[in-house]
Write a protein that binds this ligand. Structure first.
Ligand SMILES: Cc1ncc(COP(=O)(O)O)c(C=O)c1O
Length: 400
């Protein structure tokens, strides 16, 4: 018998080698208690959370929690069915209404996760013989959507408008083309030059999908994302998003003005062949989305936090993923996985949680300590975070 697990041996070895150094397993942390959007108890210690996607801090919003409890009482714990059978409740419709209003678009479709939204939309609209032109650093759910739909994948260099244009020009003019971009790239926290990319994509006759997972709620005047901030939202055919970041719960969606959009509800397999979100989840999502429409003060404070942390880390001597803060994600580049894991552990001992990210999730083989800020972090907490980075960085020898 061939052991089908033998292909994982190099990864098992790498993990064993890392743990043999005595470092705590960075992928096995348990949050014993969550006190607020910015504080949890980990290993018995009060820990500042700087590695969640809770950008707008909605997880403990009292209206959001009340809506979830109410829906749990009135509609039960789950729908036990697909959206196209018994799984569409009033709450799912209200959630889609909230999304249509939030984006000022004609159609909204809620999926069980953001991963499924990309998987479903991309695989359904781009099939065999069509081309998906994507940034090489695209999220796994985008690549998986292309694979599932059997479309031809044409990747271009990260955030390179010229490379995108060149690839587009080489494709048959009559072929179906979908350009897939992200507003914020989650590893380095950099944003895409959507305006130029959308211009060259339109010239080539391509449809455009933008995944705004890490920008919704925060970037743009109304929090609609990078396409809004760059004034090109009207040129985007499909916006994909998630409830697992700024919205503060779980779920995914696509919004669009395409006149035939609603047919997707019948043909999109990751929408049809899975159970719909529980009533409490869609109720929390709808409440949160409606509150995010009026979140400009929180957005302004989150920008302040991002600038403060970026400058502070740079002044301490850390190497960062972007020259300027471009989003709520600030990536600190580590020399290698071993030192990255040591620094991650030292920060945890200081009472600070960040994400340790490593290849293949990261670009160019980098090991990153990814810091994601929250609108509920106080300026004092950001100061405290910098103090902890300084002490841990000196202890591990990352900074002098
Ligand atoms: C760019 C991007 N798209 C989609 C997703 C998937 O979102 P979800 O967590 O809702 O499955 C993520 C999640 O990390 C993401 O970063």
């Amino acid at each position: 018998m061939t052991d089908l697990f033998s292909k994982f041996d190099p990864l098992i070895q790498q993990r064993e080698d890392l743990l043999a150094t005595g470092v705590t397993d960075p992928y096995n942390l348990v949050m014993e208690k969550v006190v607020s959007p910015t504080v949890a108890i980990c290993n018995g210690r009060e820990t500042i959370l700087l590695g969640t996607y809770n950008y707008m801090g909605m997880t403990f919003d009292e209206d959001v929690i009340a809506a979830g409890k109410d829906a749990l009482d009135k509609f039960g714990s789950g729908t036990t069915g697909s959206r196209v059978l018994n799984g569409t409740y009033q709450g799912h419709k209200e959630c889609e209404e909230a999304l249509k209003e939030f984006y000022a678009m004609d159609h909204a479709m809620v999926f069980s996760t953001g991963y499924q939204a990309n998987l479903g939309i991309i695989s359904t609209i781009a099939g065999k013989g069509d081309y998906v032109i994507l940034d090489i650093d695209s999220h796994a759910s985008i690549y998986d959507g292309c694979a599932m739909g059997n479309a031809e994948i044409v990747a271009f260099r990260h955030n390179d408008v010229e490379a995108l244009e060149k690839r587009l020009k080489r494709l048959p003019p009559e072929a179906g083309k979908l350009v897939v971009l992200e507003g914020v790239y989650s590893m380095l926290g950099d944003i895409a030059p959507l305006k130029e990319m959308i211009r060259v994509s339109k010239e080539a006759g391509a449809m455009i999908l933008v995944d705004e997972a890490h920008s919704m709620g925060f970037i743009g005047e109304h929090g609609r994302g990078v396409a809004e901030a760059q004034g090109v939202l009207d040129d985007v055919d499909f916006v994909i998003g998630t409830f697992s970041k700024s919205v503060g719960t779980v779920g995914g969606f696509c919004v669009s003005n395409h006149p035939k959009f609603e047919i997707l509800r019948l043909v999109c397999r990751p929408y049809v062949f899975t159970a719909s979100l529980p009533p409490s989840v869609v109720a929390t999502a709808a409440t949160s989305i409606r509150k995010l429409m009026h979140g400009s003060n929180k957005r302004a404070h989150l920008w302040e936090n991002s600038k403060l942390l970026h400058k502070g880390l740079r002044d301490l001597g850390f190497t960062l993923g972007t020259e300027e803060p471009q989003s709520a994600i600030i990536a600190v580049i580590m020399p290698d996985l071993e030192q990255g894991a040591m620094m991650w552990e030292a920060l945890l001992e200081e009472g600070l949680y960040v994400n340790l990210a490593r290849p293949p999730a990261t670009p160019a083989g980098m090991t990153l300590l990814r810091c994601s800020l929250c609108a509920e972090h106080s300026s004092e907490q950001v100061g405290e975070i910098l103090g902890r980075f300084e002490r841990a960085g000196k202890r591990v020898g990352i900074i002098g």
